[in-house]
Design a binder for this molecule. Structure first.
Ligand code: KG4
Ligand code: ZN
Length: 354
C-alpha cells in the first residue's frame, strides 16, 4: 500500500495531507487564509503567496505528525502544479520539490481539477462513503472553475470536458452576489444558509441561463448582473428580503446545474454521477441533485463537504493514481496557471464551433 504526502497551495488554502492509494486519509490539514483576504472581498494574489510561505512548513509538519509518519516513510510527494495563482502555486511546488529531493522520493505534479474530480474516492474514518465507478459524469463547481466532464478513468487523459462556463465560475457568482448583498467573503456558505429562510419566488424570478440551448455550456455572469440590477432598483431593506434574493439566486443556479448534469448523463448514457468542488457543499444542490438522480435512475456520489472545498487529500490521492501509472515529474517542472484538461468551451459571447 503506497502512501503519498500531498500539498495544495493554488489559491487561499495552505494544505497538506497523507493519503493511501486505496483512498484512506491518514491526515488532512487545511489552513484557510479567508481572514487575510476577507477585508478585500476576494483573494489578493500577492497576499496569498506570502501567507503560503509562512504557513506551509508547519502545515506539512502537522500532516506528517497526524499520520504518525516521518517524511522518509512516505512513498512520494504530490503537489498541485496547475491551475491556480502563479505565486501561490510556486510556494507549494518549490517546497514539494525540496522535500522530495531531500528524501529521494518521486515528485508528482497534479492538476487541481483532477484532484477535485477524484475527491469522492477519499475515505475518512467514521464516514461511510461508496467510491464511484468509472465512467462517471463529473460536475465540478468551485470558486475558479465550473464544468461538466465525462470521466472515463482517473487520469487527465481520460477526462473530457463536455461543457464549461463561458464566463464566471459558479462559486465566483455566489461570492459576487454575496458581496452585492453585503454578506462578506466568501458569500457561498452564507447564501446557502440564508436561502433556507427565504422564498425563491416571492420578490422576483430570474431567467435560467443558457436554458434554451441543448448544449452543456454554462454561464453565470448574466445572473449576477440581474441580481445587481434588482438590488440597485429595489434594495432589500429587511433580513427577509435579503433571504428572498439569496433563495431566488440559489434556486436558478441549482436548477441549471441539475438540468445540465442530468442532460449530460442521459446524452452520454452514463449512470454514475459525481459532484465536486466547493459549491458541491451547497445543501440545495446536494438535495436537488440527489432527487433528480433518483428520478432518472442515476447513481449519485456525493463527497463529504471537507472533500469538496480545497484540500490536499484530493491532491495526494491524485498523486497515488499518477504514481501507479508511473507518471512522476522531473524537478524542472514549473507551475502553470491553466488546467491540463483540454477546454472545449470558449470564454465570452459569440457563435461556437468556429
Ligand atoms: O473548491 P473551492 O474550495 O476552491 C476553488 O478551487 O475555487 O471552492 C470555493 C468556492 C467559493 O466560491 C465558495 O463561496 C463556494 O466554493 N462555496 C459554496 C458553499 N461552500 C463553499 N457555494 C455555495 N454554497 C456553499 N455551501
Ligand atoms: Zn479548488
Amino acid at each position: 500500500m503506497t502512501r503519498v504526502l500531498g500539498i495544495e497551495s493554488s489559491c487561499d488554502e495552505t494544505a497538506a495531507a497523507v493519503v493511501r492509494d486505496d483512498g484512506v486519509v491518514l491526515s488532512d490539514v487545511v489552513r484557510s487564509q479567508i481572514v487575510a483576504h476577507a477585508p478585500f472581498g476576494g483573494v489578493v494574489p500577492e497576499l496569498a503567496a506570502r501567507d503560503h510561505l509562512r504557513a506551509i512548513v508547519p502545515v506539512v509538519e502537522q500532516a506528517l505528525a497526524d499520520a504518525g509518519l516521518r517524511l522518509a516513510e512516505v512513498d512520494a510527494i504530490a503537489v498541485t502544479r496547475q491551475p491556480g495563482l502563479i505565486g501561490a502555486l510556486l510556494v507549494g511546488v518549490q517546497v514539494a520539490k525540496g522535500l522530495a529531493w531531500s528524501v529521494n522520493r518521486p515528485f508528482v505534479g497534479v492538476d487541481h481539477l483532477v484532484g477535485h474530480l477524484l475527491s469522492p474516492f477519499l475515505r475518512r474514518a467514521g464516514l461511510a462513503s461508496a467510491q464511484p465507478e468509472f465512467p462517471f459524469i463529473g460536475l465540478l463547481v468551485s470558486g475558479g472553475h465550473s464544468a461538466i466532464y465525462l470521466c472515463e478513468g482517473p487520469e487527465a487523459a481520460r477526462i473530457h470536458e463536455l461543457g464549461a462556463t463561458r464566463d464566471d465560475a459558479v462559486g465566483e457568482a455566489f461570492d459576487k452576489v454575496g458581496k452585492l448583498l453585503g454578506l462578506g467573503y466568501p458569500g457561498g456558505p452564507v447564501i446557502d444558509r440564508l436561502a433556507k429562510l427565504g422564498d425563491p419566488g416571492r420578490s422576483f424570478t430570474l431567467t435560467p441561463p443558457m436554458a434554451q440551448r441543448d448544449s452543456l455550456e454554462l454561464s453565470f455572469s448574466g445572473l449576477k448582473s440581474a441580481v445587481a440590477r434588482k438590488i440597485a432598483t429595489d434594495p432589500p431593506t429587511s433580513d427577509e428580503a435579503v433571504a428572498d434574493v439569496c433563495a431566488a439566486f440559489q434556486r436558478v443556479v441549482v436548477e441549471t446545474l441539475v438540468t445540465k448534469t442530468v442532460r449530460a448523463a442521459v446524452r452520454e448514457n452514463i449512470v454514475n454521477v459525481v459532484i465536486a468542488g466547493g459549491v458541491a457543499c451547497n445543501s440545495e444542490l446536494r438535495a436537488s441533485m440527489a432527487a433528480a438522480c433518483e428520478r432518472r435512475g442515476l447513481r449519485l456520489f456525493l463527497p463529504a463537504p471537507q472533500n469538496c472545498t480545497d484540500n490536499a487529500a484530493m491532491i495526494a490521492y491524485a498523486g497515488t493514481v499518477k504514481l501507479r501509472l508511473g507518471q512522476t515529474s522531473g524537478f524542472e517542472v514549473a507551475p502553470l496557471t491553466h488546467t491540463e484538461l483540454p477546454r472545449v468551451t470558449r470564454k465570452g459571447r459569440g457563435p461556437r464551433g468556429s
